[in-house]
Design a protein around this ligand. Structure first.
Ligand SMILES: [Zn+2]
Length: 376
């Protein structure tokens, strides 16, 4: 089940605040993606509806806890970004369609506790969902002493196309919260929230987990062998969610692993003395044609360059993709170590340039040539 892992200090503080009746009505759990923000939000929600809470947290065995663990508790409402439903012609229909989509998504999470939404899906938090939250908040709790609303990835409530209304509507709810409700928002970066919204939330920071804890989690929850679990934990960089994304799916490399390997091929092409290798890499079929994959592969390339710098500096133990340390040693012989920081800047530039609709193949061809010139 979605048991929380690590973050003992945060849990202890929250449990103490709940026991003393001092927990603020609105909180913001933040930390890098995959670090366990929504899992922690659900842990706190469980604690708030638990019939026999202990000093350490929810009992996990009472009726309230069992329903919460099964995502069926009538007083815990978990909202998260969803794709915009098609064909909803008026606000009521849109609200209904979003609720239907939310229940379907909850069912998927119930069936697979390690479920992750498809990475390239365009999703949002909509005014219609905020209105649903307001409507639910106006009714009394069904079972517990209070209702708990979890809003995942709340940065999508920031003013952008058509969602400023959603952010402002949500702000109104927090300004005059319904009685007996707790709001738990999650975000990767609190700065991305409207300042007026942020100022009403108690920030709770979730730090990166140590590799060995992430690896232990993976070994306990999946059939990954110890080497795979250890590598995934390293690649996850303190985040269970990210680490899980690197595990094979049905024996095939995952999307994230495909991106990582594609980025390594780019680095090898950039360091190949033969210009034809760079041409071939830039014109090869892209690993995942979907939106966002190009920027993600550039992020992965930046990580490989950092690993290359570590190897060049004799710091093998700092290498993150350490399944490739030998290859990196081989590549490091072709690269000027003092030029690696400049190479990393070139990659960031290409990523920013790619955001303004440049042709990815041209951007990549140009980048590989520039990297080659800079590093050799
Ligand atoms: Zn309980």
């Amino acid at each position: 089940m979605a048991e929380v892992h690590g973050h003992e200090d945060v849990r202890r503080d929250l449990a103490r605040a709940v026991a003393r009746g001092e927990l603020p009505g609105s909180l913001l759990m933040y930390g890098r993606p995959g670090v366990g923000r929504q899992t922690m939000a659900r842990w706190l929600a469980r604690l708030l509806v638990c019939e026999e809470p202990g000093a350490e947290g929810p009992c996990d065995t009472c009726r309230g806890c069992r329903l919460a663990l099964d995502l069926q508790h009538p007083d815990i409402h978990w909202f998260f970004p969803l794709p915009r439903p098609k064909g909803a012609s008026n606000p009521e229909k849109l609200a209904d369609a979003l609720e239907e989509a939310r229940y379907e998504a909850l069912a998927e999470r119930r069936a697979d506790p390690l479920y992750r939404p498809p990475p390239d899906e365009l999703v949002g938090l909509y005014l219609a969902q905020v209105r649903t939250i307001r409507r639910l908040g106006a009714s009394r709790p069904a079972m517990a002493a209070r209702q708990v609303f979890i809003v995942g990835d709340a940065e999508l409530l920031t003013p952008q196309e058509a969602s400023e209304e959603a952010a402002n509507a949500f702000l109104k709810i927090l300004e005059e919260p319904p009685t007996a409700t707790t709001f738990i928002l999650t975000a990767a970066d609190p700065e991305a929230l409207l300042p007026t919204l942020r100022s009403r939330l108690l920030p709770v920071r979730l730090r990166a987990l140590p590799d060995h804890e992430v690896a232990a989690y993976i070994r306990g929850r999946t059939d990954a062998d110890p080497d795979r679990a250890r590598l995934a934990a390293r690649l996850g960089q303190g985040s269970i969610g990210r680490a899980l994304a690197f595990l094979p799916r049905d024996g095939e490399p995952s999307h994230a692993e495909g991106i990582r390997l594609a980025a390594r091929a780019w680095l090898e092409a950039a360091l190949d003395p033969n210009a034809a290798a760079r041409y071939a890499a830039a014109h090869a079929e892209r690993p995942a044609g979907a939106r966002g994959a190009f920027a993600d592969t550039l992020d992965a390339l930046e990580l490989w360059l950092r690993d290359l710098a570590a190897v060049a500096a004799g710091a093998d133990r700092d290498v993150i993709g350490d399944d490739a340390t030998d290859r990196l040693h081989h590549l490091a012989r072709r690269a000027r170590p003092d030029a690696i920081p400049a190479a990393i800047s070139l990659v960031s530039e290409a990523r920013d340039g790619g955001r303004i609709n440049a042709n990815p193949q041209l951007t990549l061809a140009r980048l590989l040539n520039r990297l080659s010139a800079t590093l050799s």
